[in-house]
Write a protein that binds this ligand. Structure first.
Ligand SMILES: NC(=O)c1ccc[n+]([C@@H]2O[C@H](COP(=O)([O-])OP(=O)(O)OC[C@H]3O[C@@H](n4cnc5c(N)ncnc54)[C@H](OP(=O)(O)O)[C@@H]3O)[C@@H](O)[C@H]2O)c1
Length: 271
């Protein structure tokens, strides 16, 4: 049967809603999207916000779709995938999984189909359209499948492709967990500014905008981080004194340890 709806979402939670919002903003018509979601209030909310069609029936949404985005929590993925396997094997849509930590081989075994599958690791800034997602595809996924997966995930921000699926553990440790590292830095900057005498609101505004501004400068100039850093740092000045304290305090080593520890944990969870 020819697919009638370009994209079906299985699970209509936070990640699905951010992708749907981004796709609608990018010009997709609501009738090109369908969402399967068990919670009636959530379905009503999605229809009210994006005018998309919703259903409580995963198989119904899947049957008519050219692309199926699996956006349920990892712990329910096995049940959902086993249930949908027969429908997917018949309809053969592109399947995109945004579930953290579920390898392509495991998903393929649950679905009873090995291709075309794309695994994605998004991150929470996707919720405001500022995410970065890493994608990897099974060996048989076509260029067209990859383009479709990329277009869907670009609705929530930037995308990168990783050639080896094992690299998804490093992605998880850097960009998946990374927002929390930056929130810790924001928290510390804010506390420090308050301790030095600023009111909390001003401290937070300064910290948040400095982080956003530094990221925008790095992104827009494309200059290497050491170059950007040296441009802000005059010899003997305030920044030099601050950086010395950070190096002495071990921030660099702590961040390197954090990424290594998170990647190790991701490998443990995936095995
Ligand atoms: N949020 C992020 O930034 C982020 C980042 C990286 C990866 N991810 C991945 O994205 C996926 C979704 O995360 P999320 O944050 O969007 O979670 P979420 O808000 O909990 O969304 C999951 C949705 O799936 C629904 N659901 C539960 N069982 C279902 C079933 N059998 N069939 C269909 N739908 C079902 C849930 O409904 P109920 O609430 O009624 O159970 C919920 O609305 C996860 O696998 C997560 O690993 C998310």
């Amino acid at each position: 049967m020819a697919a009638q709806t370009p994209i079906a979402f299985i699970g209509g939670g936070n990640m699905a809603a951010s992708l749907i919002g981004g796709l609608v903003d990018a010009g997709w018509r609501p009738d090109q999207l369908v969402v399967a979601e068990p919670d009636a209030d959530r379905r009503a909310d999605l229809t009210a916000r994006y005018q998309v069609r919703t259903t409580a029936d995963n198989a119904e949404a899947t049957r008519e779709a050219a692309t199926v985005v699996l956006a349920v929590k990892p712990q329910v993925m096995e049940t959902v995938a086993l249930d949908l396997g027969p429908v997917l094997r018949e309809a053969r849509p592109l399947v995109i999984s945004v579930a953290a930590g579920i390898p392509l081989a495991k998903l393929g075994a649950w679905l009873g189909m090995e291709s075309p599958l794309v695994r994605v690791m998004p991150n929470t800034p996707a919720l405001v359209g500022a995410g970065i997602s890493a994608l990897c595809a099974d060996a048989e996924a076509s260029a067209e499948h990859r383009d479709t997966a990329q277009a869907v995930m670009q609705a929530a921000g930037e995308v990168v492709w990783v050639a080896k699926e094992e690299h998804m553990d490093i992605v998880t440790a850097v960009s998946g967990s990374g927002p929390a590292y930056f929130f810790l830095i924001l928290e510390a900057l804010e506390e420090a500014a308050v301790a030095e005498g600023l009111d909390r609101e001003t401290a937070r505004t300064l910290a948040v905008h400095t982080a956003g501004g530094a990221a925008a400068l790095a992104r827009e100039t494309g200059d290497p981080s050491p170059v950007l850093k040296s441009r802000v740092t005059s010899p003997g000045g305030t920044t030099a004194r601050g950086l010395e304290a950070l190096e002495r305090g071990g921030l660099r080593t702590a961040l390197m340890d954090a990424v290594a520890a998170a990647a190790r944990r991701s490998r443990e969870l995936g095995s």
